[in-house]
Design a binder for this molecule. Structure first.
Ligand SMILES: [Zn+2]
Length: 502
């Protein structure tokens, strides 16, 4: 085809097709589909689009655009490929390049993933202004659409456009422009978001390296735990792993992604350090790798190690470099003041878990000696005090959780069980609630009941519709919220009538 636009750097293929519509003055979505695919049933997919051979063939032969090049540079495929094993990677390549209906979201593991996909196409106002001054037009970038990152590494927090990524308007390609992506002031975002965003960028540009098998990833992580001194015999000390990961990223940030390691056996963080029975997402891998490796680690090198070593995780010398003495002193001092304040056990649960893990790895003899000096034999009085402390520590953790998740409209019902499941010592807390009056008070006051949850679901739908500038009848509103007239509670009924007005 003459004049099909060449993709810009990091541009989604979805965006290239949308720009083609704009350049050729095609207004009808079906006409655009007919022109590009010769088929009006194709679904406008932004993350993992198919029919790539057909799109590659739209370019003149001399330019040498191939379906594989489009796949790696203009879709979100590179985020999934390294973690699903070679057989599934090949399957996914086949599904996305051939002219067939595909189930790519299932093959890539997106459909089953616990990582919530963004609902709308997102944009970075700063990047868009730069695009416009450079090219005279704007386009959708890949890095803006990745679940788990809410920030542009350069400019700040990403904004949501009104364009749905899935379901509604399934056949329409919408080009990015300042009308639907207004330039608003951007907030700075958090350091965790920026760090993940820069790793995502590296991952998206890490093309065509050999892909490890799932079992190799599992072996490599186990070896990593051994090398870090987090094993007793062959047993991985999962508590130490958790301390290190939470100490690095913070409880609130992990909870906001629904990735807070939990106490139950099936917790994802425990599973990633065991034999891998299923694939883990890029986000889970990045969370562990950043927490365990020294700054400046490189993803391609990690992949090469995992692929080439059968059972050994050789971490490069820089990553294993023993800390120099000044750093060691800093950690010793922090641990000393922590044990004086909280005692040896509680110190780890009060934000000093990473210090403990670091010393356990590099300075174990000193750590054991100091802990021995500061350990107090429990007596009856002490046990009673411990409950009081456990109560206030847990309630503080619960309040942090509540604050971190309050604005998350998509979460499941925040019932007592939900809160308990997020805690490290779920079983102990659940069994001993009679000793924990503050926790009981918290659950009484802040757990979400059925009425509140129904109202949250209706609110969620109403916001979605308002952003898309659409209206819905009462039955549509109920269906979109997963509710029915029969199950509707009195409060929710009143809310629909008085606030939504239907
Ligand atoms: Zn930006």
């Amino acid at each position: 085809m003459l004049g099909f636009p060449l993709p810009y750097s990091d541009e989604l293929l979805y965006s290239v097709i949308a720009r083609h519509g704009v350049h050729s003055g095609i207004v009808s979505p079906k006409e655009l589909l007919q022109e590009v695919f010769g088929d009006t049933k194709v679904i406008a997919t932004s993350d993992l689009p198919g029919h790539l051979k057909q799109i590659a063939a739209l370019y003149p032969h001399a330019i040498g655009r191939t379906s594989i090049e489009l796949l790696y540079n203009h879709t979100l495929f590179p985020l999934y490929a390294p973690f699903i094993g070679e057989r599934r990677r090949k399957q996914l390549v086949y599904q996305l390049t051939e002219n067939i209906r595909n189930s790519a979201h299932v093959t890539a593991g997106v459909a089953a993933s616990r990582i919530k996909q963004p609902e709308y196409l997102r944009y970075c106002p700063g990047c868009m202004q730069a695009q416009y001054s450079r090219y005279g037009e704007c386009y959708w970038q890949r890095v803006w659409q990745v679940a788990g990152t809410n920030d542009c590494a350069v400019h700040g927090v990403l904004q949501s456009s009104p364009i749905h990524r899935h379901d509604m308007h399934r056949h329409q390609y919408q080009a990015a422009c300042f009308k639907i992506c207004p330039v608003t002031e951007q907030q700075a975002g958090c350091w965790q978001g920026r760090l993940i965003a820069s790793s995502i960028e590296a991952l998206l540009n890490c093309s065509l390296v050999p892909v490890p098998e799932l079992v190799q990833w599992g072996d490599w992580y186990q070896q990593l735990a051994i090398e870090q001194g987090f094993c007793r015999g062959k047993q991985i000390q999962h508590e130490l792993v958790r301390d290190k990961v939470v100490g690095f990223w913070s409880l609130e940030w992990l909870a906001s992604l629904d990735l807070l390691p939990q106490s139950r056996e099936s917790c994802w963080l425990k599973s990633i350090f065991r034999k891998h029975r299923k694939a883990f997402s890029y986000l889970q891998h990045l969370i562990v790798l950043h927490a365990f490796l020294e700054p400046g680690w490189c993803f391609t090198e990690v992949m090469q190690q995992v692929v080439s070593s059968k059972h050994s995780a050789k971490v490069t010398p820089s990553q294993l470099a023993v800390s120099d003495n000044t750093q060691l002193d800093k950690y010793r001092n922090r641990w000393l003041s922590a044990v004086r304040r909280y005692g040896t056990k509680q110190a780890r649960e009060n934000g000093f878990g990473d210090v403990y893990a670091r010393l356990y790895r590099h300075d174990r003899h000193w750590l054991i000696a100091i802990n021995h000096q500061h350990s107090v034999k429990p007596d009856k009085h002490q046990t009673r005090l411990d409950w009081r402390r456990r109560d206030s520590d847990t309630v503080r953790e619960l309040i942090q959780l509540r604050d971190a998740t309050e604005q998350k409209l998509l979460l499941p019902r925040r019932s007592m069980n939900w809160y308990l499941a997020q805690l490290q010592h779920k079983a102990t807390i659940e069994k001993n609630l009679k000793h924990l009056p503050l926790c009981r008070l918290f659950f009484d006051r802040y757990c979400e009941n059925i009425e509140q949850y129904q109202i949250r679901r209706i609110t969620r739908t109403a916001i979605r519709l308002a952003i898309a500038d659409e209206t819905a009848k009462r039955w549509q509103m109920l269906r979109l919220s997963g509710l029915s007239e029969d199950r509707l509670t009195e409060w929710a009924r009143t809310f629909l009538k008085e606030v939504i007005g239907i």
